[in-house]
Design a protein around this ligand. Sequence first.
Ligand code: ZN
Length: 343
Amino acid sequence: MKAVVFNEHGGVDKLRYEDIEDAPGPGSHEVKIRVRGCGVNHLDIWVREGMRGLDIPMPHILGSEVTGEIVEAGKSALGFKVGQRVMVTPGISCRRCRHCLSGNDSQCEEFQIVGYQTQGGYAEFITVSATNVLSISDAWSLEEWAAVPLVFLTAWHMLLKRGGLKPGEDVLIHAAGSGIGSAAVQIAKLCGARVITTVGSREKIEKAKKLGADDVINYREQDFSEAVKKLTGGKGVELVFEHIGQETWEKSLRSLAKGGRMAICGVTGGPTGTVDIPFLFLRQLSIHGSYMGGRNELLDAIRLIEQGKLRPVVDTVFPLKDAALAQKKMAERKFFGKLVLRP
Ligand code: ZN
């Protein structure tokens, strides 16, 4: 089969579009899927570059957001049939421990992400456990559905479960144009919050408003923390949705109202930050780390996507062979929503 693989960590030039051995199986509890869409994530870039402590077999196939059609189901993979439209749920966990059984899959000791610790969807075929497969409707195309699993799950878990967002609250969501930002703006608006978001160019302001943002700050023209203060009458926001890290960290904390919460799930703008400790306790702020989420939360998000109350936002669909171009575009932040590969 055709796939995009890398044999060693490094820049986008390490990605190779090649003929490799076909995806295996399926084993009795697995299904084999013909990939029709695969979302591109910052995670892909970090895995390709080689994060600290990362030890994966080579060659590696990236890709955590996979949709397609079943081509073969194992003997014990009951309820699946050839041709069925499916989405791969990106989280792999033991399904037996107390974390899994309480819907906190991503706290499982055995937790892994498809395409990160295992082979992913930058390929014509993928074989996964049947427990990681969800049937999806034709409400959206398979390419659009590929813009859903990782970002909607991560944004949902972070806003609602970790961040505890409530109707009527003010929330600051960084980067409406990012995959996760475009999901978060919609979820927060649907939840009844007042959504303040940031973008890095004028063209993105209208797009952010169309998604449901109440106020949009161009962070290249304005100090976002001062703009937030002005928009909230000096109070600040109850929740900051952080996924940038170093570049925004201190100003994000300064944007919080007394008693405010900050949830963080990523560091696309650098991995370190400092905390003014007295500022933290005098204002009774809290910081919540957030990582992916539970399968039950993905199902909740999917229901609203089926109903059209939330929608996948696809910027560009690239042929699989252009995966390196897609990753380059992502690193340059020149997109709005999701970049999707089509094998
Ligand atoms: Zn578990």
